[in-house]
Structures are given as C-alpha cells and as structure tokens.
Design a protein around this ligand. Structure first.
Ligand code: PMP
Length: 397
C-alpha cells in the first residue's frame, strides 16, 4: 500500500526513472539506514560513495553545529575570507603532492568537472578534450558531452564540440592525444564502468603522452577519492600526478561540496582576462567546508586508509567461493561483485535488501553490483555484511 509520503513523492518530486528505488528513509546511524517501517539496512551504497563516515557521525555533526552558530552564506565565492574554506584548502595542499596547492570550491562533482574543462581550455588556449568511454562525469551540458553513449546524449545534441573518446587502459588510443588537445579527463579508478582499475603503467603512459603534447591531465577522483580505494585521492598507487584534480561526493562529509585543484600558477588564469570569468554563489559553502574538514580529520586520525584495505581483504576472503560470484573487482571499499548470472542482477539486489543490505548497480556495467560500504565499517560489521550478502546471493545460484 502506498503511504501518503510515497504518493506525494511520486506526484511532486521529479523522478529520473519510471521505477525509483523508493526506500522510505526514516534516519541513519553509523553504517545503517532505517526505513519508515523500522527495518534496518547495512548501507553498502553510501549514497554512491558519499557517506564514507557513515550516517550521523558525531564529529561531523558537531562541526556543522559550530559553523551554524557562526554564519552561513556571506558572499559569492572567492571574495570574503571564510575560515572553513581556507582551512580545508590549506589541509588539501598539505596532503597533495606539489604543485597541486590551490583549490576552487564548487557545489558538486559536475561543477568541478565544468570548472576544470574551462580552466584547461583557458590555460592552454586549445579546445579539444579527450575523455574515456564508459566514464560518467556529470549531467550538465559540458559534463554530459564527455559521455560516450549516444543513446544518453541524443536528446542534448548538439553537444559541446571538440570531444574525442579513447578506451581506458588502451595504449594504442593515446595517439588521439595531440598538440591540439587541451586536456585528457579520466577517473584513476573507473566507477560507473563497474570499478575498473588502471593496468600497471597505464596512467604513467597517459601522463607521458600529455607531457609530450603539452596537454593537461585531469583526474576525476570524485568517486574513487577521499579514501574509498585505500589512498587519500585514489591516484597515489600509480605514482602519477595530474595537473588538475577533481573531488566531490565524500569530500563534503555528507554535505554538498566539490573542488577542482591545480597549481596556483595555473589557477590564476581564472582571475584574469576577463576577471570574474568563473563564478559560483554557494560553491564552498561554510557548512559544507566545516563538514568536509571534520570528515577529513576523522579519516586521517582513525587511520581509515589502512583499515579500508583490511576490510577489503576480509570481504574478498569471505565471499571468494560463493557460487553466484564470478569476480570481486576493485580496490579498498570500492568493489564490484560480478555475478555468474548477470540477468539476475536486479533480483540479487532485491534479495539483498530483504536480508537488510543495500547494494545497487552501475550505469555502464550490467554484470556487476556495487558494494561501497561506509569506510568506518568495523570488522564485526563487515562479518554481518558478508553474511547478509551470502544469504542474498544464495537465491540466484
Ligand atoms: N564524476 C564521477 C566519477 C562521478 O561518479 C560523479 C557522480 N556519480 C560525478 C563526476 C558527478 O558528480 P555530482 O553528481 O556531484 O555532480
């Protein structure tokens, strides 16, 4: 039976699919989400890699409360000096390798993508952009133009011109990066493609080709960053430094926040010829920055980057012999469970839900389900997760 809340949701809130997930959320606590019937779920979606600190983390709540009592919005981004923004940008500069030391805050990942594309075009005075097939960078006009699937972009044509696609992990395709290319944008670990890791040396080869052609390298770490893969920014294991780094999702500690980060010398072009050429009213909102700072502090203080790898090993060994699973792919707690019977993907997700476990699917991978638990998950909670997943997948053997 439909509740009044569900009816109003279907009537008045715009939907993105004919059959929305429809879980009626009551509240969250740690790794759990509770629905309005009182059922409790282990949240292994984490709002698509957002709720890394779980739900209702006391230190994030306290940081928001302190900032709430000081001030909310004061002035369009980049004019007033606001302590939470400055502190977060400085902390990022401490943790990032040089020359990445200057942050432009945004409201979302998509806006970080848009800002980075504009920055690369302005800095290089070129307009061609190279992006990877099966990448998702957002749904605004510029970000959507980076998509490779014609079915999705058909209704938005004409797209932003000058975009070429290459296949991730394919060295031969790097010849499409030329002295006309302003930037290459790619995810150091591809998310919506179904968690695809770069082959050893691939990102170094991309970096070398960019250096040869004077092209900027943009890493979209929006999904794989902030500890999700067991390193802070998702690109460290490959030993390659981008010219522009993109963050969002977990970056805001559950609040809307994104960023594009580059060397100060590069970022300076945004403040010149013309001045005020790239603006945002709410980007880097003080509440979001306060929450993001608190989330980053907890991540580093509690050594979650190491714990993420321990939890990954625990999940891999608990599930490795499950007859419904063909492969467990990914790094850290950014995992894709590839099913032996992909046609059962939607039922598998529903069976897991009955077992009190929230998992979902990827945009561009029909064979796998997403397993992105909060990074704070304990060993005992991970055992519960594996037991629920084992039971859920038992139905689709
Ligand atoms: N880049 C990547 C890799 C993403 O996963 C997403 C969101 N799924 C985005 C960009 C867009 O971020 P947002 O939804 O915050 O605009």
């Amino acid at each position: 039976m439909s509740s009044p809340l569900r009816s109003a949701f279907l009537r008045h809130v715009a939907q993105t699919s004919p059959e929305p997930d429809g879980l009626e959320i009551s509240h969250g606590e740690g790794i759990y989400l509770m629905d309005t019937s009182g059922k409790r779920y282990i949240d292994c979606i984490s709002g698509i890699a957002v709720s890394s600190m779980g739900h209702g983390h006391p230190e994030i709540q306290a940081a928001i409360q302190v900032q709430l009592n000081l001030h909310l919005h004061t002035m369009v981004y980049g004019e007033h000096i606001q302590a939470p923004q400055v502190a977060l940008a400085s902390r990022l500069a401490d943790y990032l390798p040089p020359p990445l030391d200057c942050t432009f805050f945004t409201n979302s990942g998509t806006e970080a993508v848009e800002g980075a594309l504009k920055l690369a075009r302005k800095y290089t005075s070129r307009y061609e952009i190279v992006a990877c097939r099966n990448a998702y960078h957002g749904s605004s006009a510029g970000a959507e133009s980076l998509r490779s699937d014609l079915e999705y972009t058909a209704a938005s044509r004409p797209l932003v011109p000058g975009i070429r696609h290459i296949l991730f992990n394919t060295l031969d395709d790097l010849q499409h990066i030329t002295s006309k290319t302003a930037a290459v944008i790619l995810e150091p670990v591809q998310g919506e493609a179904g968690v695809m890791l770069p082959l050893p040396g691939y990102l170094r080869a991309v970096r070398a080709r960019c250096d040869e052609t004077g092209t900027m390298l943009i890493f979209d770490s929006i999904q794989c960053g902030m500890g999700r893969t067991g390193s802070l920014f998702g690109f460290e294991p490959e030993d390659v430094i981008p010219d522009i780094l993109l963050l969002a999702k977990a970056f805001g500690g559950g609040m809307p926040l994104g960023a594009f980060i580059a060397a100060k010398e590069i970022m300076t072009v945004l403040s010149q010829k013309p001045i005020l050429g790239h603006l945002t009213t709410f980007g880097g909102h003080p509440l979001s920055c306060a929450a993001g700072l608190a989330a980053l502090a907890v991540l580093m203080r509690d050594d979650l980057l190491h714990r993420v790898s321990d939890r990954e090993q625990q999940i891999r060994s608990a599930l490795k012999d499950h007859p419904a699973i063909l492969e467990i792919r990914g790094r850290g707690l950014m995992l894709a469970i590839e099913l032996r019977h992909p046609a059962q993907r939607v039922s598998a997700i529903q069976y897991c839900r009955k077992e009190g476990l929230l998992v979902d699917w990827f945009l561009f991978n029909n064979q796998s389900i997403r397993l992105y638990p909060p990074l704070i998950i304990t060993e005992t909670e991970t055992t519960l997760l594996c037991e629920a997943l084992t039971r859920g997948l038992q139905h689709i053997i």
